[in-house]
Design a protein around this ligand. Structure first.
Ligand SMILES: [Zn+2]
Length: 315
């Protein structure tokens, strides 16, 4: 695939309008990936990376009747609830839909609770950000990322609650101590179950949560790498106090999918790389990021994404 990028489309549209009298209209062209309502119906294929990519053949995690609040009591429904459905970010590669379904089934069998599922991807993936869109992620672009709330629900949620419920932080404002919502037994069970799927590449949680898991692992005397392989996949990252983020590996048969991130180092990650997150340097960076969240910048997408979003070309 030639190495051209989508950015030439955005600039050419902008220049064309710019020479006319509508210059202000071009000053900011909204990100079109945010407004596509439907997936492109093809065999599922991921293009690019989670941070600069797109997706065809996405599946919806929820059926439309559920979205409208019908069937809410159906016993055959999957054992999860999709939160903030109005965002239209419940699309994913079929392997991720299968993962979320299977994970929530396992958790339900152990706890009789429904997992609460946050953002997956837009119908055709692509960047979610835009100017003035502070809830955007930089990843989640290829249907291989999912946010799962740390809290779950004993009952099915009505649409209104799925839209409006606020997630609770497990870690306090000091970024070190655990809040009253932290429940070691439940969270370690869920994270271990989530990480133990072969298809999972890694899971991001707040560093304080990883540290609690490490302390517990040491106390319970687990040493064998084999038994702790799941813990290695759970990685400390910015934020992630109220949800964990699961990233799947590039699915088989998706030759255009490009993995990101260094390979996970040997060991369980309960080491000096984790301790760094509690250093003065890290605390300074956390404060800076909170004060000035990173600006959205349109990534350079693979050329194949031009066909995935024909909207850009129909001018
Ligand atoms: Zn996420």
């Amino acid at each position: 695939m030639p190495n051209k990028t989508l950015s030439r489309f955005t600039t050419s549209i902008c220049t064309a309008i710019g020479v006319g009298f509508l210059f202000t209209a071009c000053a900011h062209k909204p990100n079109p990936w945010r407004t596509v309502r439907e997936p492109l119906k093809q065999k599922a294929q991921v293009y690019g990376t989670v941070n600069a990519g797109c997706l065809v053949g996405a599946e919806s995690l929820i059926e439309m009747p559920t979205l409208e609040g019908e069937n809410a009591q159906g016993s055959n429904l999957p054992k999860f609830e999709v939160m903030r459905p109005s965002r239209n970010r419940f699309f994913a590669h079929p392997s991720l839909v299968a993962y979320v379904t299977a994970l929530s089934e396992k958790v339900y069998r152990k706890t009789k609770k429904y997992l609460l599922i946050g953002d997956l991807a837009q119908p055709r993936g692509g960047p979610m950000g835009d100017r003035g869109a502070p809830t955007a992620h930089s990843s989640h672009q290829t249907g291989l990322d999912v946010d799962v709330w740390f809290e779950s629900s004993k009952y099915r949620l009505a649409l209104e609650e799925r839209e409006n419920r606020r997630a609770r932080d497990l870690v306090n404002e000091d970024h070190e101590s655990m809040s009253s919502y932290w429940n070691l037994k439940y969270q370690s069970m869920v994270l271990k179950t989530a990480a133990n799927f072969e298809t999972v590449d890694r899971i991001f949680v707040n560093p304080a949560i990883k540290r609690e898991l490490c302390i517990h692992s040491r106390k319970s005397g687990v040493r064998a790498d084999r038994e702790n392989a799941w813990l290695a996949k759970v990685r400390p990252w910015w934020g992630h106090k109220d949800h964990f983020h699961v990233r799947l590996k590039c699915p088989l048969g998706n030759a255009e999918c490009v993995p990101v991130g260094d390979p996970i180092p040997a060991g369980d990650g309960c080491d000096e790389t984790l301790n760094w997150w509690f250093s003065d340097e890290a605390k300074q960076l956390i404060a800076e990021r909170a004060a000035t969240p990173p600006e959205f910048k349109m990534p350079e997408l693979p050329a194949a994404c031009e066909q995935v979003l024909p909207l850009l070309t129909h001018h």
